[in-house]
Write a protein that binds this ligand. Sequence first.
Ligand code: 6PG
Length: 481
Amino acid sequence: ELAQIGVTGLAVMGRNLARNFAHHGYRVAVHNRTQARTDSLLADHGDEGDFVGSSSLEEFVQSLERPRRIIIMVKAGAGTDAVIEELIPLLESGDIVIDAGNAHFPDTVRREKLLAEHDLHFVGMGVSGGEEGALKGPSIMPGGPAESYESLGPMLEEISAHVDGVPCCTYIGPDGAGHFVKMVHNGIEYADMQLIAEAYDLLGRGLGADAAEIAGIFRTWNEGDLESFLIEITAEVLAHTDDRTGKPFVDIILDQAEQKGTGRWTVQNALDLGVPITGIAEATFARALSGSVPQREAAREALPADAEEWVIEDRDAFIEDVRLALYASKVVAYSQGFDQIAAASRENDWNIDRGAMARIWRGGCIIRARFLNRITEAYERDPELPLLLADPYFTEAVGNGLAAWRRIVAGAARAGVPTPAFSSSLAYYDGIRAQRLPAALIQAQRDFFGAHTYRRVDDEGAFHVEWSLDRSETSEGRPAG
Ligand code: 6PG
């Protein structure tokens, strides 16, 4: 009997995805370059379901029903290309190759073109939720040819997380759309993590609170609007004590945040699209700053703080201010991420439904949160919503916390507590809502030194002032007016 789905690459994510399919009653073909991994999967978990082990890629391909559905779960990059190269001659027209790694979406676009030349379908598929998600139900973001979703979609929806009975998996859009959306998911993940870290820092420095006390605050927050996986694990991490020293665990960790690159890609792409995703960018740069060791050493020696002491009279009011500022900044970061999805969708004709993205992120993934329901509702109210922040629900929710947000950002600046994501989000909020921006002056400067022209508030067309002559205004080379 042939297998319905195959997984090649049996490190922890691949192995758990394979087990998840098996738990749902599918016959699963499994393969790994080093046979030992296949053997250990079968030895440790063979009794959990119906697995077909293969010792070669040929055998693996032959063990699958047609059209074949083959999930590649290897480290993103050259490894993926190597497996694809090897697979192509073994496959037949209509077979589906699925890349479930964290691939960069331009690679996915390129790979889909290559496979299409061989009459094969390529599905770039974002998977979020880590090891546990892969095993028990991840959030799944499959792109690629729409017709491949007909045969693949129902299986993926079955093994995905479910919220209120609704699967956290939907067809995202053609070619790179799935991996693109996963990339932005990760960018938002960076922003969310940074915002939580800033809130932790503010609480610690403002209240003089230790990790255990802050854990309690996060636990309480997790019962309200902020309820989310990241807040939940933050409380757990902060409550954890280091075995070796008996100190709060967070205090013994080196304060240099690393990254594998998806946040950086998100920011690079936003620069190309011209979409201001300041929250994600600040979060990515904050990681880079933390890792700038020689610069930090030099700065620690040389730079005075000249900061004021943060006198907090009402501890509960301060905690509530931080909570409101965190929520508002979080709304900004998500609003920006959804803007980026909209811009890329337009640019690439992906036709991505933003409300559906929020829906499939409600469960399974790292940024799963109660708040995502609100985003889905906002896009249901207006699928073309130009700005998530301008949806009435979010306008009100952020508006309620606005004074608190300003107090926190101002207080942090006076006390010398760095809050790059909190403060840049507030600056974005005030920038995007401004009646008039100083961009007018920038246009004038550009025209002055480079004759780059400007547009007027009271006339159509492009104008230029003869700055070095008589300062008369011209329009397309002719005197204006
Ligand atoms: C997920 C995570 C996952 C991984 C990140 C970590 O959605 O399951 O985002 O993809 O944990 O790649 O990213 P960094 O190593 O860049 O922090």
